[in-house]
Design a protein around this ligand. Structure first.
Ligand code: GCB
Length: 605
């Protein structure tokens, strides 16, 4: 059985979750012979028996774990494996066992006990496979994973592989235009979990509000049994665990919640981010046990016009930043302490939103946004896309959107989809391409607005016409007019007005900022210093304050929340330093300035 859903693997009275995180064995394949592991069957036995392995943490990027430059910069295939035991009790004809990866960058092939169980491409999206018949119960099992980080002209994001002539002969190397390190590996948790043989495969919810009644429109898909022999019943619990609605029978119904508590963004309500629990049960008329799955649900309504975006009928003003999944040693690996620290900083600074630049973040990160009331502009990994707008690329881009929507469709925190960042939208081919992309996204979800972060100029862009919100990235007084912070305010006002004039849509500034070396003080302000970042941000604030008097300007996002690693280039000093926090999440001077502003705006609204 292969389901269509990717519900997060939480435990319940009918489901057991078993984490395979920990230290795995690791061995890169030769860059010039990437197929060696497949040819020699490295997955048919323990990896350590095929040659030298090193210990590798999962989840984590493999790049920054060792002292070996060849591992950091490896291009192509690497292998991971480990062994594990499965209890005899799981061996039952009414139980299914699933293997789920939260995210492996970029492509993965998974083998259990020497047999291929699944393949997946796309580095930021969960995938799963049923492994019931692959496992040895009450015995030792082997899991092997081949990971390939190669990016091409038809992967999302795009990249290309070139050859460089080194002192020891020709070597291949990965090139990419996007501005963050192409970290790779098993980035997110790996779990085995059980379900009854007839199980809740997917749940979709849409919420609405009429006066003080909340409506939850749900639909449940059940797999593994025939529909006329299964019953779905749904209940709703409030935040304290009390039943609000009990045992509504049906795969697809509308639940009415009188006096509904609404999901409000952070600082828009004294009790933001109210979450109910939707408890879904499936029973069959055979001996298959009941399956129970619990989904957090926030009741809220997103609306938009040519000037505003509203939540629960109230106009929002976005205060936030672009971010990255990035930290020292771990790279893009999942890390709960880091996630918790980041949300504490987001709340400390008084932000109410961020964009998941430039790819879907882990489900664990998204859960925090749902629980804290942080609004998310959910971005697909189409960063710097458009080097040949080929049909295959369009197909891969559509797939990336479909899988992002499938994963995040139920999240109250997701208030907007971003279909791309800085695509080459000044090329005429971008018109048909983004027309197709926007149509695809709208068919998937008409309940949230669509945007993309544009860096073309308003008079050259071809894609904005297909969006609901115009987001623009612009580096005034950094990549142009460096040092001239006296040019910022008028330029920003003018540009925002030009975008609104051209497309008659709400306008959001999604990126602006300055690289800043923490601890570098130069006065009067001079580029790369803390003083310069403070001055550059302040000049933008002056523009935003004037724009806020115009009805179409819906928000401001700094680039970036924290410093992050990039590919090696002479414009980057140990990575991109545009963070208002350092890479280890300490404030630069600018963070205090931003905190003052964001809390002041929050108090005004
Ligand atoms: C951008 C990109 C972002 C970069 C940033 C920069 O326009 O969207 O990925 O990191 O500029 O700092 O250059």
């Amino acid at each position: 059985v292969t389901g269509k859903g990717v519900l997060y693997p939480t435990d319940s009275e009918s489901r057991t979750v078993y984490y395979l995180d920990g230290i795995w064995n690791f061995r890169p394949a030769n860059e010039s012979d990437p197929d060696v592991g497949h040819r020699e069957g490295w997955y048919k036995q323990e990896l350590r028996k095929t040659g030298p392995t090193i210990p590798m943490p999962v989840p984590a990027s493999y790049n920054d774990i060792t002292q070996d430059k060849a591992i950091r910069d490896h291009v192509g295939v690497v292998w991971y494996d480990r062994t594990f035991y499965v209890p005899q009790a799981w061996n039952s004809n009414v139980t299914r066992i699933w293997l789920r990866f939260g995210g492996v960058h970029y492509a993965a092939e998974v083998f259990v006990n020497g047999k291929l169980v699944t393949r997946h491409a796309g580095g930021h999206i969960p995938f799963l496979a049923e492994v019931t018949s692959f496992l040895k119960y009450g015995q030792k099992n082997l899991i092997s994973v081949a990971v390939n980080n190669t990016l091409t002209d038809i992967t999302v994001p795009q990249g290309s592989v070139g050859t460089i002539h080194t002192d020891s002969g020709p070597k291949i190397f990965q090139q990419y235009k996007f501005d963050f390190f192409n970290y790779a590996g098993i980035h997110r948790p790996v779990v085995l979990y059980t379900t009854p043989s007839v199980f809740v495969d997917d749940i979709s919810v849409k919420t609405n509000i009429y006066d003080d009644t909340g409506v939850i429109e749900y639909s449940v898909s059940v797999e593994g049994g025939s529909a006329n022999h299964t019953t779905v019943s749904v209940s709703l619990l409030d935040r304290d665990g009390n039943y609000v609605i009990r045992d509504v029978v049906g795969h697809q119904e509308n639940l009415k919640v009188p006096q509904a508590r609404l999901w409000w963004p952070y600082l828009m309500d004294p009790e933001p981010a109210y979450l109910y629990t939707l408890e879904v049960r499936t029973t069959t008329d055979s001996e298959v046990p009941e399956d129970v799955y619990r989904l957090p649900v926030g009741i809220r309504k997103v609306e938009w016009s040519n000037k505003t975006v509203k939540i629960n009928g109230k106009q929002i003003y976005i205060r936030g930043f672009g971010r990255h999944e990035d930290s020292a040693i771990r790279g893009k690996g999942h890390d709960f302490p880091l996630i918790a620290r980041d949300y504490n900083l987001i709340k400390w600074i008084g932000a109410n939103a961020y964009r998941t630049s430039h790819y879907p973040y882990s489900e664990e990160i998204m859960d925090f946004a749902d629980r804290e009331g942080i609004m998310i502009i959910d971005e697909c990994p189409a960063v710097d896309i458009g080097f040949g707008f080929k049909d295959d690329l369009l197909e891969a881009h559509r797939t990336a959107l479909t899988s992002l929507h499938r994963r995040d469709k139920n999240r109250p925190s997701v208030i907007m989809w971003s279909v791309a960042n800085e695509a080459l939208t000044a090329l005429p081919q971008a018109k048909a391409y983004f027309h197709a992309i926007a149509n695809h996204m709208r068919i998937l979800d008409s309940s949230r607005p669509i945007t993309m972060a544009i860096n073309a100029q308003h008079d050259t862009d071809f894609a904005g016409q297909f969006m609901d919100v115009i987001s623009f990235n612009r580096y005034n007084a950094w990549y142009f007019n460096s040092g001239r912070t006296d040019t910022i305010t008028q330029n920003v006002i003018q540009e925002a007005q030009n975008w609104h004039k051209k497309y008659n849509k709400p306008v959001l500034m999604t990126e602006y900022g300055a690289d800043t070396i923490a601890g570098l003080h130069l006065s009067p302000e001079y580029i790369w210093s803390e003083e310069y970042q403070v001055n550059l941000l302040s000049k933008h604030f002056e523009a935003f304050d004037q724009l806020r008097n115009e009805s179409f300007f819906i928000g401001e996002m700094i680039w970036n929340f924290a410093d992050f690693n990039t590919a090696q280039t002479f414009i980057r000093v140990g990575g991109n330093k545009k963070g208002i926090f350092t890479r280890d999440r300490q404030p630069k001077s600018s963070a205090h300035l931003v905190r003052n502003r964001y809390w002041t705006i929050a108090a005004e609204l």
